[in-house]
Design a protein around this ligand. Structure first.
Ligand code: MN
Ligand code: MN
Ligand code: MN
Length: 273
């Protein structure tokens, strides 16, 4: 069994269209796959969660939220993408994203940069504008020489484009996932730059709020991290998941079909599905 429960498509910031991702995953030997785009389930409009030959697809999503001012991600796995709860959740997150983009554009306007919203939107495949799109717009418009300078002058901390993102709360995200029939999983807990103490506090709070799973393996990772996260999952009686966080070909650390083997002490999430 080759499991990959964390991947992205062109529905968010991935390079492959949903059908291309499924074909690539199948070619790579994946037998249990989830497409988990950022704050959207639109990949599942084109693709019904089902079996594709030996590959079984379960519906998923990756929600953004904040915890103690740190940006964190929560996977909703085995959700019903047509449920009221998931529709409400993705609509809320998309409007948070749009409102922030509008504010950034207004503030850039005050710096004398016109039409940034339309310009940034034109650079997206799906209308989901983020700061990288504004950065590219500023480069293309000749306002800065490269995207690094775009962040340093306009978009980074303390600059005009530094607008707080109003994502739904962690508790709300977990409730939506559960109401949508899914399993809420704390994504890549070792990738938030938190101290070990803070990470353990996050995992404990996630569990208390009703979260049920921990992404014990995220792509190619240090075995010590795997061990530490497996211990946390066991201590908090959280189900374990694994995923590549695939975005595009050519990234060997997040490749489809990576052998992602959970430590024996873990209880895999698919045991309860
Ligand atoms: Mn991404
Ligand atoms: Mn993530
Ligand atoms: Mn991801």
């Amino acid at each position: 069994m080759n499991v990959d429960l964390h991947t992205h498509t062109t529905a968010s910031d991935g390079r492959l269209a949903p059908h291309e991702l499924i074909a690539a995953a199948r070619d790579a030997g994946v037998t249990l796959l989830s497409i988990t785009d950022h704050d959207t389930v639109s990949a599942y409009r084109a693709t019904v969660a089902r079996a594709f030959g030996p590959l079984h697809l379960v519906a998923g999503v990756e929600f953004s939220t904040t915890w103690r001012r740190a940006g964190i991600h929560v996977l909703g796995l085995n959700i019903d993408p047509t449920s009221d709860a998931i529709i409400a959740a993705t609509a809320h997150q998309q409007s948070a994203r749009t409102q922030r983009a509008v504010r950034i554009a207004q503030r850039l306007q005050r710096c004398g940069i016109a039409d940034a919203l339309a310009g940034a939107q034109a650079l997206t495949a799906n209308g989901a504008v983020g700061r990288p799109h504004f950065a590219q717009f500023l480069v293309d418009g000749g306002f800065v020489k490269d995207t690094t300078q775009a962040f340093r002058k306009y978009l980074g901390a303390g600059k005009a484009g530094d607008v707080k993102q109003h994502w739904a709360s962690l508790a709300q995200i977990i409730d939506w996932i559960r109401d949508g029939g899914g399993t809420a999983v704390l994504a890549h807990p070792a990738k938030y730059g938190l101290t070990r103490t803070k990470r353990l506090a996050l995992i404990g709070e996630f569990r208390r709020l009703g979260g049920e799973g921990l992404e014990v393996i995220s792509g190619r990772q240090d075995p010590q991290i795997t061990e530490s996260l497996a211990a946390s999952a066991t201590a908090h009686r959280l189900l374990a998941t694994c995923g590549s966080d695939f975005h595009r070909p050519g990234q060997p650390w997040a490749r489809l079909g990576l052998p992602l083997t959970l430590p024996a002490q873990c209880r895999p999430v698919w045991d309860v599905w």
